[in-house]
Ligand binder design. Structure first.
Ligand code: AMP
Length: 287
């Protein structure tokens, strides 16, 4: 596996690969890799000739009181895991390489951000959109892989590539979970042992919601009540419980279309998110 640290070298590599007819798959991450990230690499390896992974903790997407400084980092371990998983190039720029000077143009995401994590983390998706657009211009992939763990991010990125005609296919990938259902996350290491046990309530609440939907519940408020009941059994504070049309992320009064049920819970040192997308075809509407 090659490690590339500069934008110039990365672009030259990608241009060369393109010229030799290779399809490039790209997996953007903030590192501290786990099976969730590795599953994206697995998909990318299947569908492309060359797989590029970026590891970059993007300061732009963290708020002033968020965990940028203490976000977990371990490049040596990431290198091993990425290489074992079949990554061909690890792109690992530092902050000054990505943001060398005050930017002359800024991106503001208009739609799909006034709810869920966008509402509780103002500016977060502007930072995500900025770094993803830069990384796509640097790595020049045919396909880019994103986890549905961050379903709002997928919706925002799809909007971004449509708006700016970026010639890349966005491939959403399923959420990878621990055996007990907790969605894998780099931030799970910050849960205390008690919180780690309580954290299974997130996926449990979503499973219960999913069952209620397939049993015919069409009222989003009742779905939210079911979810909140499970979450209130944790010591964390509920940041949000939402039922929204997906991917538009707009409110629904009656569930008759594809919806996302999404939660965020703040524990003492980790904020956890989880969601399920219930497809119209799977919902027993009015049964
Ligand atoms: P991050 O390093 O947290 O920015 O995540 C990088 C990519 O991995 C994003 O597209 C995430 O949605 C994805 N990802 C993170 N956790 C999981 C998971 N448990 N299952 C699937 N994808 C994930």
């Amino acid at each position: 596996m090659k490690i590339i640290k500069t934008i110039n070298d990365m672009q030259s590599f990608s241009k060369q690969s393109m010229r030799s007819g290779q399809k490039i798959g790209f997996v953007p991450t903030m590192g501290y890799l786990h099976e969730g990230h590795i599953s994206l690499v697995g998909e990318a390896v299947k569908q492309n000739d060359c797989v590029i992974m970026s590891v970059f903790v993007n300061p732009l997407q963290f708020g002033p009181n968020e965990d940028f400084d203490r976000y977990p980092r371990d490049l040596k371990r990431d290198e091993e895991l990425a290489s074992q998983a079949g990554v061909d190039v690890l792109f690992y720029p530092d902050v000054t390489e990505m943001y060398p000077k005050e930017r002359t143009t800024k991106l503001t995401v208009q739609e799909r951000v006034n709810t869920l994590c966008g509402e509780s983390r103002p500016g977060h998706f502007d930072g995500v959109a900025t770094v993803v657009l830069k990384l796509l211009q640097i790595t020049l992939p045919d396909r880019a892989y994103f986890g549905m763990k961050d379903a709002q991010q997928v919706a925002v990125i799809k909007g971004l590539v449509d708006d700016f005609n970026v010639p890349v296919e966005i491939v959403p990938c399923p959420i990878i979970r621990e055996k007990d259902g907790l969605a894998k996350s780099s931030r799970n290491v910050y849960l205390t042992p008690t919180e780690r046990k309580e954290a299974i309530q997130l996926s449990r609440s979503l499973r219960a919601a999913s069952k209620a939907l397939s049993d015919g519940e069409i009222n989003p408020e009742r779905i939210k009540d079911i979810v909140s009941t499970y979450l209130s059994e944790t010591s964390g504070s509920i940041d949000y419980v939402e039922v929204l049309a997906y991917p538009a992320l707009e409110k629904v009064h009656v569930i008759t279309e594809d919806v996302i049920i999404a939660v965020a819970v703040q524990f003492s040192a980790a904020r956890l998110i989880d969601n399920i997308v219930a497809l119209k075809s799977e919902i027993a509407i009015g049964v």
